[in-house]
Design a protein around this ligand. Structure first.
Ligand code: ADP
Ligand code: MG
Length: 535
């Protein structure tokens, strides 16, 4: 028709579609989770906007309705949510708004097949998962507060079409034309089984059509409001997977209710795997805030940035339902909740740190985040430092700073560390020969953040953290031995401007010579890193 426009997908969308469709084949059933989650998000948004604009209010009996037309081979998912304008359809379903997509697709392509589902889930490419089971998808939508409806349609290759359409009420219908190898999804029982796993956590009623009647498929009970004794491990896992779009097990589940000055329920998960850094600039926590069970926002920054890998929900009675953005920033209620959350997570880590075996799993996945915490979080710096674990010259096992301190030699006052990119090379560095000869242990730090936090921390339990390059005094020789003088002069004139200084030292025991940073300069490995970063 004259009003239809055909547009190509963004190149990124095309690549992503390809990856989603081909690498998630064994997890195809997640299409339903993703589409129902989108419908629920849209309904939550409409309910939230209606707080300040009555004309957007949800209709009586608002729900997500799923129906199957077997002869036509279609599944329809309809919602009464906020809906989309033609522009929304084009930008939300035809491009990928978030930056960092290129890095994401590249790392996805390299990831082991078993890791891909988690990566994709975290990235929130939910809508495109429809093409795992459908060879054609139609989205008819009408934005609440407008009269016009539009239909977006695509076969998932190349591009999409947008044309004028009609819809009686605001909301969205998603019609999936089911692929010939996906017949299983044309059975209501099959869809019900999938829904049962997680749909209970959705606050909007989900209904499925059977024999011409819509039946409720979820309880709508907020898991975090239920008593711990009534919740099975499996319920927590299902909720965690739903929340984080994950497929693995949580490493820790922390569920409690706080009573006192502020009342809230919280359910937090520490993921089994570190999240993919979707974008460098998205460093905020996305723990969800609910007020009296109703979802308000996932950008209330409920946890500090270094704990952004923690997933979860906080639900409080102590804020009004129509809480404004300004209020979210300034209310003492949230300040108290934030404080309680971070303390609770730290407490959990302290307890779990006693189980060396499982704690190592945590450190392997989230260790660099702790170090970021030492750098960033002035209030908890020392506590976090006690929770961090490091490689060292002591042996294969990771060590804590406390254990390092118990092993310090007679007369040793400082904690020594060396930074670089490869732990094996650090262990063999000539820079630490002298310390080793004295029996001093050296921490081998090879994460990027390691170049920065030790200086911030300064001291631990009264012991200074000293970079091996800075440990000069103990190796300086008062007077250059006579036989070396001629050699040093020869080196100086041969190297000229390329070095600041050539001097004798007792630092080396096996190697004849080593490069070292000047007194006031950053460590050599850091200089290399900065050069590579183009600074
Ligand atoms: P995400 O949900 O992580 O944003 P998706 O790929 O699942 O990513 O969805 C992309 C966007 O499309 C959503 O953010 C939303 O703006 C829009 N969208 C998808 N489904 C719906 C729907 N049923 N109603 C309204 N908007 C929707
Ligand atoms: Mg989604």
């Amino acid at each position: 028709t004259a009003t239809a426009t055909d547009r190509p997908f963004d190149a990124e969308v095309g690549r992503l579609l390809d990856l989603v469709v081909h690498s998630l084949y064994s997890e195809r059933e997640i299409f339903l989770r993703e589409l129902v989650a989108n419908a629920a998000d849209a309904t939550d948004r409409r309910r939230f906007l209606a707080l300040s604009d009555e004309s957007l209010a949800l209709p009586e009996g608002a729900a997500i309705r799923i129906s199957i037309d077997k002869p036509a081979r279609t599944i329809t998912i309809a919602d009464d949510g906020i809906g989309m304008t033609a522009e929304d359809l084009a930008s939300h379903l035809g491009t990928i708004a978030r930056s960092g997509t290129r890095a994401f697709t590249a790392s996805l392509a390299e990831a082991k097949p078993e890791d891909r589902p988690n990566l994709i889930g975290q990235f929130g490419v939910g809508f495109y998962s429809a093409f795992m089971v459908a060879d054609r998808v139609e989205v008819t939508s009408r934005r609440a507060g407008t009269d016009a409806a539009h239909k977006w349609s695509s076969e998932g290759t190349g591009g999409y079409r947008i044309e004028a359409a009609t819809r009686e009420t605001p909301g969205t219908d998603i019609v999936l034309h089911v692929k010939s190898d996906a017949d299983e999804f044309l059975e209501p029982v099959r869809l019900e089984t999938i829904l049962r796993k997680w749909a209970d956590h959705i606050s909007v009623p989900v209904e499925i059509e059977r024999d011409g009647k819509f039946q409720k498929a979820n309880e709508g009970t907020a898991l975090w409001r239920r008593r711990k004794a009534d919740i099975a491990e499996k319920d927590y896992t299902d909720f965690y997977r739903h929340l984080g779009h994950m497929f693995d097990e949580p490493w820790a589940t922390i569920h409690w209710s706080a009573e006192g000055t502020v009342e809230f329920s919280a359910l937090l998960f520490i993921p089994g795997r570190s999240p993919f850094p979707v974008t460098e600039d998205d460093r905020e926590s996305h723990v969800r805030l609910h007020v009296k069970r109703m979802f308000i926002t996932d950008d209330a920054k409920l946890l500090p940035t270094w704990l952004r890998f923690v997933e979860g929900v906080v639900d409080t009675e102590d804020l009004p339902l129509n809480v404004s953005r300004e209020m979210l920033q300034s209310t003492p209620v949230l300040a108290r909740i934030r404080k309680a959350l971070v303390n609770r997570v730290l407490g959990e880590l302290k307890t779990r740190a006693k189980e060396a075996e499982t704690y190592r799993g945590f450190i392997e996945q989230h260790g660099p985040m702790l170090k970021e915490g030492i750098y960033d979080d002035a209030d908890h710096r020392n506590e976090i430092a006690a929770l961090a674990r490091f490689r060292s010259t002591h042996g294969e096992e990771l060590t804590s700073l406390d254990d390092y301190v118990t092993r310090m030699q007679e007369g040793q006052k400082d904690i020594y560390y060396i930074t670089g990119e490869d732990p094996a090379r650090l262990a063999a560095s000539p820079q630490i020969e002298g310390l080793r000869a004295k029996g001093y242990e050296v921490l081998l730090l090879s994460d990027q953040i390691d170049f920065f936090w030790p200086e911030r921390l300064g001291t631990y339990e009264g012991h200074k953290l000293v970079h091996v390059g800075q440990a000069r005094d103990m190796f300086d020789v008062a007077e250059t031995p006579e036989p070396l003088k001629a050699l040093i002069d020869a080196l100086k004139s041969a190297l000229g401007e390329q070095v600041g200084e050539v001097r004798a030292s007792t630092r080396l025991t096996d190697s004849p010579a080593a490069l070292a940073a000047g007194e006031a300069q950053p460590d050599l490995a850091l200089q290399r890193l900065l050069r590579r970063a183009g600074r």
